[in-house]
Ligand binder design. Structure first.
Ligand code: FAD
Length: 506
């Protein structure tokens, strides 16, 4: 009998090697959802600037990381002498080239980030404008203080937040403009002026929501509040019930302090932008469940896990359904109340962002946001869904927040009527065809917002037409004219201003 052992051994080894190769290939494939391998092979030109959407890169003359006012003045002086343009950048999470221009100088404000004063009695803080909300939270939390208004994440700078007039989840004080007491502004001519509702009030209304076109915001005094403990709860409902639920159960209850609603991104037609999970944070007394709470600051967690599921959902509809089911399960938390401090409700892991980091060369994630008067929420959502489905948009996330009217900013997104801020994040291709499609869909969405008495957020892509901008922001023409009054050489500029600053309403 011939000895077959070596052959069996070889076959066994081959099977093991094959299985290992398959497992390795699977692991490698799975890792592409969390690691951008292209980054390892990309030789970046440090002078090519981009923002988080990576839609309009431009080569700049230089980037100056500034720490002192005198340094800023010197950069401005030199820019004026050499006829260079200047743009200002914070965390660079605006998405329309708002922080750079071709051939210009970029002021990187992230080094200008000292906390100047914390006043726990007057409930105010004074910080330099390059400070991020995370840095502010770390400075004020030990004093028992918390922020009144902050975006969905704490990575943004104070200067970037004021320049967009960002809004948060607080139901009482909704827009950044409402918490600004005063700030110092460095004008293009090198002068520093104090700006508040009483001093230079025109600049107050132009700079807040003014996208860095009037000067460099230096230090800012902001109103803060006391940190407290909340019960976080979530309920699920049909989108048509949401406005009634909000009017009956959320708005009149002064103990419900924060709110975020999350429409479904499950592509199933019965679910997509129909099912809504409404999350609220309600004051929890120390004698009740609040006794279980902690004020220690929490940190980002499960970044890789979340990035994996998010990455899968970029590519597969089944993964969107899965992500929605998981998200609902976590958020609804089987109906049980969770106790969380105000600071922690406004920072990771509850308000994460890091997991969204994405660097593909083929596609990118864009955000858009529409401010729709509360009474028009349901018809707008019907049109919103129709346009997104018709345009085959790869929708990855959507949220709804509440915004009270404020007409102080010249470029006010909700000047007269209470509105719901409706946000959608989609993955879009970077090819010219894919971009043309994203632009066409966005213009339809902006038209829908305008038809429903609403506006759109200026902080994202430059897809809307000039006519749409002037219809949404009737004061834009005056705001741009006053920019040229305060900065006659148009030293401060960016891609947003270049696109719209010299256009006229029809
Ligand atoms: C994932 C994500 C989530 C978001 N969530 C929210 C949200 O919940 N609510 C909301 O309202 N917005 C939200 N935004 C939008 C965000 O608030 C704005 O884009 C904001 O401007 C970003 O801050 P930044 O520090 O990145 O600013 P940048 O993008 O760096 O700058 C934005 C603008 O501010 C100007 N600027 C920056 N610093 C100064 C300064 N010191 N002086 C003068 N001008 C300055 C810049 O020139 C630019 O025009 C979100 C954006 C992303 C990408």
């Amino acid at each position: 009998m011939p000895d077959r052992r070596p052959a069996r051994l070889t076959a066994g080894r081959l099977t093991v090697a094959l299985a290992a190769a398959v497992l390795l290939a699977l692991a490698l494939y799975a890792s592409t959802f969390v690691i951008s391998y292209e980054d390892f092979f990309r030789a970046e030109d440090p002078l090519v600037r981009n923002d988080v959407a990576r839609l309009a890169p431009a080569r700049v003359e230089r980037v100056d990381t500034v720490r002192e006012v005198d340094q800023l003045r010197a950069v401005l002086r030199e820019a004026r002498q050499r006829g260079l343009k200047v743009s200002i950048s914070g965390s660079r999470h605006s998405q329309g080239g708002h922080t750079y221009t071709r051939g210009g100088v970029v002021l990187n404000m992230r080094g200008f980030n000292r906390v100047r004063a914390v006043d726990p009695v007057a409930l105010t803080i004074t910080v330099e404008s390059g400070t991020t909300w995370d840095e502010v939270q770390r400075a004020i939390a030990p004093r028992g203080l918390a922020l009144k208004v902050m975006q969905s994440s704490n990575i943004f700078t104070v200067g970037g937040t004021l320049s967009a007039n960002a809004h948060g989840r607080d139901l009482d004080v909704t827009q950044a403009v409402e918490v600004v007491e005063s700030f110092r502004l460095l004008l293009a001519n090198g002068n520093v002026v104090q700006v508040s509702r009483d001093e230079n009030p025109e600049l107050f209304s132009l700079v807040i929501g003014g996208y860095g076109l009037y000067g460099v915001i230096l230090d800012v005094t902001l109103r803060v509040t006391r940190d407290e403990l909340y019960e976080q709860r979530a309920v699920s409902m049909d989108y048509r019930e949401f406005p009634g639920y909000f009017a009956r159960n959320i708005k009149p209850d002064s103990d419900v302090v924060l709110m975020l609603a999350r429409p479904s991104i499950d592509p199933n037609p019965d679910s997509f932008l129909r099912e809504v999970v409404v999350v609220t944070w309600r004051r929890a007394g120390p004698g009740g469940p609040g006794g279980r709470g902690s004020f220690d600051l929490t940190e980002e967690a499960h970044v890789w896990r979340d990035r994996f599921f998010f990455g899968l959902s970029r590519r597969f509809d089944w993964a969107k359904s899965l992500r929605w089911r998981l998200q609902k399960k976590v958020e609804l938390g089987a109906g049980e109340a969770r106790i969380v401090s105000r600071n922690n409700a406004m920072r990771p892991p509850l308000a994460p962002l890091e997991f969204l980091e994405y660097h593909s060369r083929r596609d990118t994630d864009i955000i858009q946001e529409y401010y729709i008067p509360v009474e028009n929420f349901v018809p707008f959502m019907d049109r919103f869904r129709e346009i997104l489905v018709g345009g085959k948009m790869n929708v990855l996330s959507s949220t709804v927040r509440y915004v009270t009217p404020n007409a102080t900013p010249a470029l006010a997104y909700a000047p007269r009527r209470p509105a719901f801020a409706i946000i959608q994040m989609s993955n879009v291709g970077l090819s010219p065809d894919a971009q043309a499609q994203a632009e066409a869909v966005t213009r339809q969405l902006v038209d829908a917002a305008l038809e429903h008495g609403g506006t759109y957020y200026l902080t994202y892509q430059l897809y809307p037409t000039a006519d749409q901008l002037h219809r949404a922001y009737p004061n834009a023409r005056r705001a741009f004219a006053r920019k040229r009054f305060y900065d006659p050489d148009e030293t401060f500029t960016n891609q947003f201003y270049e696109r719209y600053g010299h256009t006229e309403p029809r």
